[in-house]
Design a protein. Structure first.
Length: 387
């Protein structure tokens, strides 16, 4: 089955009512025929739904689709992308373990590594996106995980999944990729050796700015650990959100394709504009890792970043001039969203850390939506040019 067919046709078994579209199973628990069935279910001798913190027909449908779309073996769905990240690390790491991670990661993931992991005696060493050749020197005898995002948030830098997959294998590290910016439609890290793939489903997977969600998929034996940790600590996705997100997956391919077409047009427009210093978009030939992006991604994604001439003041003026696009923290919505990462999503990073990951004062992130590309470009143009 092709991607689009899996995203539509993988479905929870129909009930006696023969509904066409999967109904919402809004129930916290499930009932048993007798004491023996209940005992055997809790003892995991029988595989079935017990309680929606563990599993539910709606979350199972959503997870099964992501598993199929990523080429994974198994998965578990979470309330948010951050709970997927936290629970995955929480399940796999012990006190005294070490993580090697790319420095360019989502702000809350950075906070997790630098503020909370040290409390549990877990250390993280960072490598910069352009210093991949130094990763081996960071690996220690207690290193357990190699972690990265590609494209990165917000800088849309690209890391070579094939190269890093081989490196992780050579050093017996668990290779975990946050695939949120690419979605399973554009990129499948498991093909390149990722053991686990994490998504914030809040972004392009929902795609309409409605619900929060997260998911981790990958190798069965690792997911088993993640599941047991999560079943006992409680970060499960709600059945309602799973129902919404499973419907969203039915249109993921067509939505993401149009997002990418619009984003490429926006990137090309910005590249020509005299008020703009620098534009980064993985499928622009000027992107430092254009060839790697072409190798591992089907299209360039929906995030375009650019640096406006005039630094922080010009950046603020640009945002204040915006008329149609939204000023919001989310991304991957039908609506185009413009943000200023250094004062918002990555505001907790020190100035030094911001500059180290390329987040300058004038950096603007555009999450290109599904409005007409003419209207998106018109709004960006008037905001750049209005005094
Ligand atoms: C790359 C990336 N990973 C993880 C997250 C966290 O996801 P959530 O907001 O669903 O917790 C985000 C949120 O923006 C993100 O951009």
């Amino acid at each position: 089955m092709d991607f689009e067919t899996k995203a539509i046709r993988l479905q929870t078994e129909r009930s006696q009512f023969q509904e066409h579209s999967t109904p919402l199973y809004l129930t916290s628990s499930f009932i048993f025929e007798d004491a023996e069935e209940m005992r055997a279910s809790f003892a995991e001798e029988i595989e079935r739904n017990l309680y929606s913190r563990f599993s539910n027909p709606n979350t199972a449908e959503f997870v099964n689709k992501i598993v199929a779309l990523e080429g994974a073996e198994s998965g578990y769905a979470f309330a948010t992308g951050m709970s997927a990240i936290f629970s995955t690390f929480g399940a796999l790491l012990n006190a005294g373990d070490h993580v090697v991670s790319c420095r360019s990661i989502f702000g809350s993931t950075h906070t997790l590594f630098t503020k909370y992991f040290p409390k549990w005696n877990i250390e993280t060493s960072y490598f910069n996106v352009d210093e991949v050749d130094q990763i081996e020197s960071l690996i220690q005898s207690n290193t357990k995980i190699l972690y990265l995002e590609t494209p990165t948030n917000p800088g849309v830098d690209i890391l070579d999944l094939e190269q890093l997959g081989k490196l992780a294998k050579k050093h017996h590290l668990i290779f975990i990729v946050d695939n949120c910016f690419a979605t399973p439609y554009l990129q499948n890290p498991i093909e390149y050796g990722a053991d686990l793939v994490i998504h914030s489903a809040t972004k392009l997977i929902d795609g309409q700015g409605r619900v929060l969600g997260g998911v981790t998929v990958g190798k069965r034996e690792l997911i088993k650990e993640v599941y047991l940790f999560s079943r006992n600590t409680g970060p499960a996705m709600s059945p309602f959100n799973a129902w919404v997100l499973s419907k969203s997956l039915e249109t993921l391919a067509v939505r993401v394709e149009r997002h990418c077409e619009n984003a490429l047009k926006v990137a090309k427009f910005l590249e020509e504009h005299q008020q703009v210093n620098l534009v980064k978009y993985p499928f622009l030939k000027s992107h430092r890792s254009y060839e790697i992006a072409k190798k591992q991604m089907k299209m360039g994604g929906n995030i375009v970043v650019f640096e406006i001439k005039g630094g922080i003041d010009a950046g603020r003026k640009f945002l204040n001039n915006i008329k149609m696009c939204s000023l919001s923290a989310n991304l991957g919505d039908t609506r185009t969203i413009v943000t200023h990462p250094s004062s918002t999503t990555h505001g907790k990073l020190s100035r030094e850390d911001l500059l180290e990951v390329g987040i300058t004062d004038g950096l603007i992130r555009v999450s290109v939506g599904l409005e007409s590309s003419n209207d998106i470009i018109y709004d960006l143009k008037q905001a750049l040019e209005n005094e």
